[in-house]
Design a protein around this ligand. Sequence first.
Ligand SMILES: Cc1cc2nc3c(=O)[nH]c(=O)nc-3n(C[C@H](O)[C@H](O)[C@H](O)COP(=O)(O)OP(=O)(O)OC[C@H]3O[C@@H](n4cnc5c(N)ncnc54)[C@H](O)[C@@H]3O)c2cc1C
Length: 593
Amino acid sequence: SYDYIVVGSGPGGGPLAADLARAGYSTLLIEAGGDEGDNPTYADIMNFNEAANDETTRWDFWVKHSDDPARDLKFKHTTWDTGEGTFYVGLDPPEGAKLLGIQYPRAAVLGGCAMHNAGVCSMPADDDWNIVVNKTGDTSWSAENMRKYLKKIEKNEYLPPGDEAHGYDGWLATSVADNSWAKNDSLPGTRMLRKLAKLTGQDPDKAADLVNRDINEVGENVDETTSFYNMVTHATSKGKRSSPNNHIRATLADPAKYPLTVKLHTLVTRVLFDNATLKAGSTPRAIGVEVMDGASLYKADPKHVPGTKGPVSQIFASREVIVSGGAFNSPQILKLSGIGPAAELTKFNIPVVKDLPGVGENLGDNYEGSLLAMGSAPVESGLITLLFRTPSAPTKKRNIYTWCGAFSFEGFWPGFPTYHGPTQYTCAMVHMAPKSQAGSVNLVSADPQDKPDINFRFFERHGDQDLRELVEAANLLRQAFNAAGEPAAPFVEKHPCNGDTDQLCTDELQTEYFKLQAYSHHATSTCAIGGDEEEMAVLDSKFRVRGVEGLRVVDASAFPVVPGAFPSCPTMMLSAKAAEDILADAKKKKKKT
Ligand SMILES: Cc1cc2nc3c(=O)[nH]c(=O)nc-3n(C[C@H](O)[C@H](O)[C@H](O)COP(=O)(O)OP(=O)(O)OC[C@H]3O[C@@H](n4cnc5c(N)ncnc54)[C@H](O)[C@@H]3O)c2cc1C
């Protein structure tokens, strides 16, 4: 038995387990994957695409983008199982191929998806934190207060010490790229940068300095500021990935001081409750978890061998169980444990412990799309990172995070990305603050090895508006391409408008393109924090599962709305906050006894 059991070692659960152990509590961290911290595919941040494709850790979720199968079949990276041990990706599958869906990779490994992601570290808009204050009245969620958690975890390697907005002694290294290329006026990329400056109301002569601006700065009207920035990554300045894996390992390195135990290759199948608390009129109390031991037991793992099971056992926690399986797995674990919409649980003969209709609902994600064009010659340039607001955005806040460079990024499928040749040039776009969070994660059975059914229902609510904003962004970015000048220009666009076949690049054509081809990889909000009066609230502001004792959810599923453009660093901040909240409760309980 342990004081705490944490399920899942990603940005939500990993740092939390380490922090609880560092506070002296015996903590068990259970992770379905292994530890690849020393594997260069994961340790070197530049290998992020290889990492996301790697079978060692990959969990494949095959998701839907809508309730309309015919619409989803038009997604050009729809993936099929050929039955011959290979995938077919595209619109014209071979006969007999079995439809899998749209790939949504996750990493089952110590450190979670922070071990295969690109490491982009970006603060959300203040409103994305403040919404929790507005919903729950808990002022500890104010953007101002949340900054202290970045300061606590960050080991900033890109600003001189003393910057009030940042931390320098934490476990999470942050760094930026060398953007000195922008000072070279003869580069095609620099000419594009200057053009983009003009298009977005910035001074072209200041662009070479602005590309070094701190994207995680604080200040007046930051969220309304259109500007170039330097992209921050959670990696060291030497290119080594920094993630919860580092914090966990550093904690394990001193077992005499920190009582942390990590159990790898273990699938948590459900949360256990004290039977005495399951009677009518009592509040159910979580007392532990049931686990199945073994690697590759979950069917999202491409290495899973059908029919394989592992020995099942029970592990107990004297204080609390914390579920941190991520936006797909946390709601699945809760539902398998009897916490979720009663009708869905009953359908699968799962005894209802607590009827909570919000579990697995409210799934949100940023819409992503890209403008890809082929130059006439390779485009010499570094990355241009720009945050801007498109004209029809309903608030004054910037709504697009874009990064442009000589790469291609068109979403996810087995073997992504496509290399289009040395002249490829892309502006990748993250559309922030999506106005629809109508997605869901639903059980397909009561079998914990099964993957759930995941449907994002893209553009279901206010979709026309979000699509308009994406088209506006593409129209603006397109104007910068040919500013590159010869020999890089002229460019032939591949999408959203296909320069080889489309006579006219209309807004209608682009709207249709983004509606069918948008993709995403920042899923959140399926066990959302909400106010006492909100029927769909799953958690209170202290991460406690409503109506249950001894159980919290701490990961990206707790955010009521998608936090800004990139959720990894915000989730690690949320984790640090959860540790503080849990330890404060533990202190209170100690005083009482
Ligand atoms: C390809 C890709 C690239 C990305 N790039 C970026 C980026 O550059 N910047 C950014 O900010 N965000 C990025 N993200 C998103 C970001 O990494 C996630 O939002 C973040 O990792 C979420 O953290 P989490 O703790 O909620 O979940 P996860 O990171 O998914 O961690 C959950 C952990 O729980 C484990 N687990 C799940 N179920 C069980 C179970 N039943 N038993 C035991 N263990 C279990 C999993 O194995 C996993 O390790 C990317 C995501 C992907 C997929």
